[in-house]
Structure formats: structure tokens, C-alpha cells
Ligand binder design. Sequence first.
Ligand code: SF4
Length: 319
Amino acid sequence: MASVALDRIHNLLVNPYVKETRRGGARYPSSSSTTYINQYGEDTVVGTCLRRQWYASQDYEETGEKNAEGTMKALAGNLWSQFLVDRIKEAGFWYGDETSFYNAELNVSGRVDVIVAEEGTRHPVGVEIKTVGTFVSKGVIKPTAAYPLAPKEDHVLQTMIYLYHYRNAIKKWVLLYMDRNTMEMAEHVVRLEEEDGYHYPVISNEMGVKEWKHIRVEDIIRRWQELEIHIKNKTLPERDYELQYANSKIAAMYNTGRLTKTDSKRIQKRVESGEVDDNKPPLLEKGDWQCRFCPFLQECYREEIAPDQISNEQMDATL
Ligand code: SF4
């Protein structure tokens, strides 16, 4: 049976009449990134891939299937954000919303979700609203044994840039999460501290206060400076993420309990018998979701690996 409305709605979602454009040449707080050595001694990148930003800066064509459901989740996030801003106004602690700024020092342009008055002091506090699927809400909204209550690192990077830009006026930024399936919410308050000339975030939530000294404003800025050099010299940055992990990396994940029970079971025999060779076919199809969702995946991996189907769980993980 032919669709009466659905097909045309889906088509409009993936091919909107009016496409949002952003100021060319500038960076965005949401594209902040940094590197650090994780608890397993591995070099780790968090945030937006420099190579992806480089492709965007060079106006490479975005490719890949657009997904109507994913687009709807993102648009629904905007609606919920507006809903929460309206409640903030109603409750009388609204100072402003959708405030745009441009930081010439960093060549960063951004838009703040909402600025509110702190209870008691009436000091301005920034709020970044994130609506997430239940898969992502683990840890950010509801702590579990494996995921203590904490915001996502890339979201913290974004608020650090807001705090850095507004450092003379705003001292706290709230990451307000909402699970769009269950409507549960949680907040994490981020502020910046300085040590030896570096600014790092201090995060407060219901479970206490944590200092994240491994992520620093100055490192985010250094990465953007590296990107500027690549743009100026027209040199392609290294990949920050991997579409397919090497077998040695998968084995390291197995050995440190970072695989699901099902994946661990599938490769247990081969890893424990020492059958781990990076030149052999992958032990598991496993890589970074950042590559799977990257609009420049085909360009980046031209003549290499074809992307698989994207699972709903992975889609949930990004939105
Ligand atoms: S495919 Fe992966 S490595 Fe390549 S640009 Fe995109 S995110 Fe970066």
C-alpha cells in the first residue's frame, strides 16, 4: 500500500527545503577535542576528529545515507530544549537563550542554549541541554555499577569553551541531561580551575565533586591551532578515530574487560591461545562510532573498508 503521509515526511526530514548553514572558517564549541593517556596507558582522543573538521573546512561533499529517525531525534532534542527554556522563563530564573557569540582569539563561534540566574546570588549560570537515548543515559542520568554518575567528556569540552569565553561573567555551566524515552533528568555543574597555567574542569553532581585534570582548555586550543596549520598548508591531519580496530587493540580490550560478554565469548579462545595478528582478518567488527557516523567516511577510507549498517543502538549513542 502506498504511503499517504509517511514517505513524504521522511523525505522532507532527510532533504529539508532549507538547510542550516554555519559561518564558514570558524570552529565551534561542539567541535572541541583533546587527547590524553587513558587508564590503560593508551593515547585517547575525545571530541571531534581533526580530519573531519579539515574536510569540512575544505568544502568536501558530505556523503552517506541520511536517516529520518536520527534526524527526528535531533529535531526532537531542539523541541525539548525549547520546552525546558519555556519552563525556566515561567519559573522566573531566565536571563537569556540562543545567545550567539564569536571569539576572535580562538576563531570560535557558538550559540548558548540558555543563561539562568543562580538561586540566591542571581549570578548568571550557563546551561547546555542534552537530550539522549536510554543507551547514553547510563551514567549521565542514572549511575550503574559500571557507569558512575558523570557527564560525557565531549560535552564537558564544549562547556569548557563556553566558560573560557565568558570567564569574566559566568563561572558555572550546567550540563542538563534528559532521557527522551523516560523523561528522567540529571544535572552536572562544571566550573574551571587553574593550575600551572592550565584550566581544567571541576564537576559537581549528586554523587559529589570530581576534578578532571586530564582535559584542559589549553589542549583544546592547541588542537585547533594544529588544525589551522593543516588548513593553511593544505595537509590532511592524521585520523583521530578508527573504523576498524586492529586485532591487538581488540585483544587489549578483551584483556582489560572492555568488551561485552557476547564479544568476549566470541574471541576468548583465539585471544587466549595467542592467535592475535594485526595482519589477519579482524577478530571482531569493532571500531569507533565517530567514523561510522562521519559524513566524510567515504573520502577518509576511500578504497578501504565499506561501512556496515548502523545499528539503532549506535545511532542512540550519538544523539
Ligand atoms: S572517518 Fe573517522 S578518522 Fe576519518 S575523518 Fe571521519 S571521524 Fe575522522
